[in-house]
Write a protein that binds this ligand. Sequence first.
Ligand code: CU
Length: 267
Amino acid sequence: MKKKSLVLSALLAIFAFASPALAHFQMVYTPESALEKGGDLPLKMVFTHPFEAGHTMDMEQPLKFEVLHKGETKDLTSTLKPITWKSLTNEGKAFETSHALRGMGDWVFALTPAPYFEANEDAYIQQFTKVVVNAAGAPTDWDAELGLPAEIVPLDKPYGLWAGNVFRGIVKGGGEPVPFAEIEVEFLNHEPDMKANKFGEKAAIEAPHDSLAVQTIKADANGVFVYALPKAGWWGFAALGAGPVDKYKDKELSQDAVIWVQAKPMP
Ligand SMILES: [Cu+2]
C-alpha cells in the first residue's frame, strides 16, 4: 500500500513537470513597487513561466528599456547587464539593471525585448512589458500610455492594490483599444532570489487545475479588462497578439502586452 502510494506520487510529480508548458511571461521584476523613499531600484528581466518557476527561455539583447518619470522618458537600454537566471528546471539568459530613483512620484519602466523564437509553436513572441514603481506616495505617471506597439494602460494604480481589489486595464495595439483581447493572468508563485538570480523552490500556492495556474480572461468591446486579485503578491497580465505586427523573419509573430501589478495583504 505504502509502496503503491509512493509510486503514485512519483507519477504525479512527473505529470506535474510534464504538464503542458504554461504561459510564457516576460518579467520585469523588483521586489517592492510601493516605496517609502527613492534609492537604487534593482530590476531583473527574465522570460519564464512564473507560476511553476519552470522553463526559462534565453533572452537576446533587448531592443529597448526605458523609464518614464514626471513626463520625461529616459533610455536605459545601455545599462542592461546579462545574467543567468535559474528556474526549477533549467537556466536561461536574462538581464538586470538598477535605476536610481531620485525624489518622489511614479516611475513607469517598459521593456521591448527582441522577438523570441518558440520552436514548439514555430513562431516568435515579443512581450512589451511594463512595471510601475512609486516612491513616497505622490502619484505622477502611473496611468501614462507610452505608445508601445502592444501596451496595457492601467486604470488602477499597479502599486496601490489590496488583495481582493480589482485591477483594470485597457489593452492597446498600435495605440488603439483591442476589443475582446485575450489575456493570460499568472501569479508569481515562487519568490525570486535577487542575489542568487533564481526562483525560490517553495510554491506559495498549488493550482488544482491548469485553468487556475494560468487564468484566461477577455477584455470587453472597448479593450477593458477587470480582474479581482485573490492574493497578495505579484500578478502578471499578458494580452496575446495585441500588437499590429504579426510577421517576423517569415514566421508568425505574437506581439503581446504585459503588465505586472503588486497586491498587498489586507491586515
Ligand atoms: Cu516557454
